[in-house]
Design a binder for this molecule. Structure first.
Ligand code: FMN
Length: 199
C-alpha cells in the first residue's frame, strides 16, 4: 500500500491572517515523517462561494464548479490536518463553509488539528470534532494547541517572535498527533481499498 496522503488545510482566509506562520512551521515538521506525505491546501486558492447547493453532495451532486473542484481536491487525500484559528469560540466561518461543501470525500478518514489562540483554539477544535463526526470522519484525540503565553510569543497580537521560540513546547503534542494520524490514516485507507476491491 502506498503511504497515506495528508492535506494540511489552512482554515482562515483573511488577508491579515496569522495562519501562515503555524502552517509553515507544521509543513517543516512533517518533512521528518516517512510514513505519510503532506500537501499544503489553502482555502484561499479555491474561491469557494457560501454554500448554495440544493443539498449536500451526500444526496445531490454539487453544481458550482468551485465546489466540485474543492471536492475533487479533498478526495485525493487519506487524512487531514486542519490548521485552525478560533473565531468566537469556534472554527472560522470559511472553514465551516469548506467542510459543508463536501461530504463523500471526507468520510472514513481521520481529522487532526493544530489550533492557535488564547486557549490554543481548544473550543474551536472541540466544535471541529463534532462536525467531523457528522461527516463520518475519525476525529483524533491528540491535537497541537498553540495557546496562552506561547501564542502571544509568536502572534502579532503579542511579540510576533519566530516559531522556533515555541517549537520545544509543541513537539510532544505534535508527535502524539502525527502518530495517531498515521495509524488511522493507514487503517482507514486499507479498509477503503478493501471495500473498493470487493465492489
Ligand atoms: C472574528 C474573530 C474572533 C476571534 N475570536 C477568538 C476566540 O473566540 N478565541 C480566541 O482565542 N481568539 C479569538 N480571536 C483572536 C484570534 O485568535 C487571532 O486573531 C488569530 O490570529 C486569528 O487567526 P487568523 O489570524 O489566522 O485569522 C478572534 C479573532 C477574530 C478576527
Amino acid at each position: 500500500m502506498t503511504k497515506p496522503r495528508i492535506a494540511v488545510i489552512i482554515g482562515s482566509t483573511r488577508k491579515a491572517r496569522f495562519a501562515d506562520k503555524p502552517a509553515a512551521w507544521l509543513m517543516e515538521q512533517v518533512k521528518k515523517r516517512h510514513d505519510m506525505t503532506f500537501d499544503l491546501v489553502d482555502l484561499r486558492d479555491f474561491d469557494l462561494p457560501l454554500f448554495d447547493e440544493v443539498a449536500s453532495n451526500a444526496w445531490v451532486p454539487s453544481q458550482d464548479p468551485r465546489a466540485v473542484a474543492w471536492q475533487k481536491k479533498i478526495g485525493e487525500y487519506d487524512g487531514y490536518v486542519f490548521v485552525t484559528a478560533e473565531y468566537g469560540h469556534s472554527i472560522p466561518g470559511a472553514l465551516k463553509n469548506a467542510l459543508d461543501q463536501a461530504y463523500l470525500e471526507w468520510g472514513r478518514k481521520p481529522a487532526a488539528a493544530m489550533g492557535y489562540g488564547g486557549v490554543g483554539a481548544a473550543r474551536a477544535i472541540e466544535h471541529l470534532r463534532a462536525v467531523a463526526v457528522e461527516l463520518q470522519m475519525v476525529p483524533l484525540r491528540n491535537a497541537v494547541h498553540l495557546g496562552g503565553g506561547e501564542f502571544f510569543k509568536v502572534s502579532p497580537l503579542g511579540q510576533n517572535g519566530d516559531m522556533s521560540e515555541v517549537d520545544a513546547v509543541l513537539q510532544p503534542s505534535l508527535s502524539a498527533m502525527l502518530d495517531e494520524l498515521a495509524w488511522w490514516a493507514s487503517v482507514t485507507k486499507a479498509a477503503r481499498n478493501e471495500l473498493a476491491e470487493a465492489a
